[in-house]
Design a protein around this ligand. Structure first.
Ligand code: NAD
Length: 439
């Protein structure tokens, strides 16, 4: 088989079909979904217009001393989309192709997600435009610390609460919390634990947060399987992106008898018809940073990956990965969106025409922010819940949201994505209508 050219050499935000496809603009895609759903619930125009733009767009440029003594200037972002339901909440992404447009789209999606999940949070997102793979650990620590220092009082446990996303993890959040604690003064230091979530368990984190997004996705897959009378045992899985979301989803599904036959990340794609040991692959990636060099699989191209014979596909990398060509190639019955925005609108149309079901991002990856909320509550109460408590609450929350989405879709004859948006927008509309616009 042909070896895989690393995807990182081309823009990861473009699909292989991007030459013929219209230009992908993530924020416009999200605004269009908002428009569709607002019509479904007859949302007043003034609320639609408020929600079509973020409240605040913060950009900071900050210098960092690199290991060789040089100084490098970095650009950091924090988009605060909406806080009518509570403090802004959302991840921090470190990626070389990250843009203001992406962060605006991702922040808006956090508003819908928190609303759908009935959480007392609004939506935010941010990060830094650079590749975390290209710097040392100590450089990464200094970049993170200078970024959070530069954000200053633009974040806070009752105002805006970051979490991990692509290219960041619990270690990033530990540096962020330590930096924030050391900038608020001795007296307040111990009361700001909740300024970030997704922290290490030893430093204010919660049990279950690492796997939460993958776990929430698995609850959605099981709910879908129950309703579709689809026995997932013995079924085949393909996963794009084997970081936090993709690896946990694969491991948890493997416990239910689902076999991971194809996997890919920023370094390439691998195939194993006998099924990978998802747990071992996760450990390999944790040690080596990617799937590159993993022995138990054959290298395949990105095109071959998308044409793999399987039953369930979990995109868990980046937005705009399933364009026209990928949607035409996919041989699965279900796409469970671990990533935010993995389907382009054109790709989504083709999947629908082909009868391939989509479990939409706004619900399917909402387990992460839901358990982040549990972490924030534990920090406020100085409590530590058991893994069983966290798991039970998450399962209840996911099943409840799935049910509300499915009922809306049935009643209004719309797809699950529009239903998620509509249910989320109903709650926001009610609050805007009751509170009214100040003054
Ligand atoms: P991560 O950094 O842990 O993993 C990202 C994975 O994507 C890595 O395996 C990376 O190699 C792969 N990747 C990057 N560029 C790629 C490319 N061009 N082609 C193929 N693979 C590529 O990130 P994560 O936290 O697992 O996030 C993945 C997705 O899930 C993102 O869309 C993120 O917004 C979404 N998400 C994450 C969480 C969370 O709790 N971490 C919650 C909700 C949604």
């Amino acid at each position: 088989m042909q070896s895989v050219p690393p995807n990182s050499s081309s823009s990861p935000n473009s699909t292989s079909s991007s030459n013929s496809a219209p230009k992908y603009e993530f924020f416009k895609v999200i605004q269009n979904y908002l428009d569709d759903a607002s019509k479904l619930i007859q949302m007043p125009e003034y609320i639609r217009s408020i929600l079509s733009q973020p409240k605040n767009e913060i950009i900071v440029n900050f210098p960092v001393r690199m290991d060789n003594g040089d100084y490098r200037l970095f650009k950091g972002y924090r988009i605060q989309h909406n806080n009518i339901l509570g403090p802004y909440k959302g991840g921090m992404r470190y990626h070389e192709h990250a843009s203001l447009d992406d962060f605006k789209a991702l922040a808006a999606m956090m508003t819908w997600k928190c609303s759908l999940m009935n959480l007392p949070f609004g939506g935010g997102k941010g990060g830094i435009k650079f590749s975390p793979h290209g710097v040392s650990r100590s450089e990464l620590s200094r970049i993170t610390r200078r970024f959070f220092h530069a954000l200053g009082s633009n974040i806070g446990p009752d105002y805006d609460i970051p979490a991990p996303d692509v290219g960041t993890n619990s270690q990033t959040m530990a540096w962020a919390l330590d930096t924030y604690m050391n900038s608020v003064g001795m007296v307040s230091k111990q009361s700001v634990m909740g300024v970030v979530t997704g922290k290490p368990v030893s430093f204010g984190g919660t049990y279950g947060r690492e796997k939460a997004t993958g776990q929430g996705l698995v609850h959605c897959v099981l709910d879908w399987a129950d309703r579709a009378r689809f026995d997932i045992k013995g079924k085949k899985l393909m996963v794009q992106g084997f970081g936090n979301v993709g690896s946990h989803a694969a491991v948890l599904l493997s416990h239910l008898g689902v076999s991971l036959v194809a996997v890919g990340d920023h370094t390439g794609y691998l195939y194993n018809p006998e099924g990978f040991n998802a747990h071992r692959l996760m450990q390999y990636v944790q040690q080596n940073g990617s799937i590159a060099g993993y022995a138990n699989g054959t290298k395949i191209t990105r095109e071959q990956f998308f044409a793999t014979q399987a039953d369930i596909f979990v995109p868990a990398a980046l937005e705009n990965q399933i364009g026209v060509a990928e949607a035409e190639a996919l041989q699965v019955q279900l796409v469970a969106e671990g990533a935010n925005g993995p389907c382009s609108p054109e790709g989504e149309e083709i999947l629908k025409k082909r009868g391939i079901e989509i479990l939409p991002d706004v619900l399917c990856n909402a387990g992460g922010v839901t358990v982040s909320y549990y972490e924030w509550v534990q920090n406020r109460r100085s409590e530590q819940w058991t893994i069983t408590e966290v798991d039970e609450r998450l399962e209840g929350a996911m099943r409840d949201a799935y049910d509300r989405m499915a009922r809306f879709a049935k009643l209004n004859n719309c797809d699950y994505r529009r239903a998620c948006y509509a249910v989320a927008l109903q709650r926001l509309t009610q609050v805007y209508t009751e509170r009214e616009i100040f003054p």
